[in-house]
Design a protein around this ligand. Sequence first.
Ligand code: CP
Length: 326
Amino acid sequence: MTKKRNGLPRLPHLLGIEGLAPDTVSGLLDLSESYIGQNRSLDKRRDLLTGRTVINLFFENSTRTRTSFEVAAKRLGADVINMEVASSSVRKGETLLDTAMTLNAMLPDTLVVRHHESGAVNLLAQKMKCAVINAGDGQHEHPTQALLDALTIRRRRGKLEGLLVAICGDILHSRVARSNIHLLNIMGARVRVVGPPTLMPTDVDRMGVEVHFNMRTGLKDVDIVMMLRLQTERMQGTYVPSISEYFRFFGLDQEKLKVAKPDALIMHPGPMNRGVEIDSEVADDLDRSVIHEQVEMGVAVRMACLEALIGTRRNAPPDLTTGALL
Ligand code: CP
């Protein structure tokens, strides 16, 4: 079952989960798994990426993703540069592409990018000579989040296939939901999306999911409850009558959770808004909440992604003719 490290197909970039083969997803999860022990040991550092340079370029705020990419790269021995967008020449009007091409000229090995526009990271990857990892683009994809969620579930349940997963809340604005839907479908899980009609994408019927507009039916007998934040930074206008009304109908609390399987896992990608989409009693329920485990798995997943992209590539330029897997 466990793949050899070199059993993965070479990845020129990691731009999304959509289109990945089940073997590639399993291979990345297996490779991530191999880093968990290292991360829990006293000596966390390896020299796999010694001499390699990873640049974090985040145009949107981040705590988990940016920090864990830095931790992951450093644990593999890479040099890491965190570009401060707020104090960069972006503030003088330099475009995304010019910024990226400038960094490209410094010959990094990987550029990790978060951007508020869907598709911006894919566009940039076409111009870069190094590997590009999408750390979240607009409402489109957040591939490493879906991988870390899958790793968390697989370790707790031993599999992904056949599980019933409810993704709840602001589906419309969520790149986490999109990447998770792709990954769970690829790996044979069943996915429900649960939320108010105003927060459902218009093309939700084509996403391979069951759609529920209330938590009572949406959470019935599910194995996994994945809660999402209201992403107000991507909202134009009003999508819910009030926060208290939203919490009453769609906030996860012990009462709503009663219809899920008794051992259902509670997940949240963070950052959480307590009392909005999730009650503290549920978020901090040590028997069922795996929210901190998700963060831990995030480091292992990002180490695996860095290894898959640049760990075995000794100064060989990536094939830039395609964004697909080689
Ligand atoms: N889950 C996630 O992407 O969190 P950050 O915004 O803190 O990176």
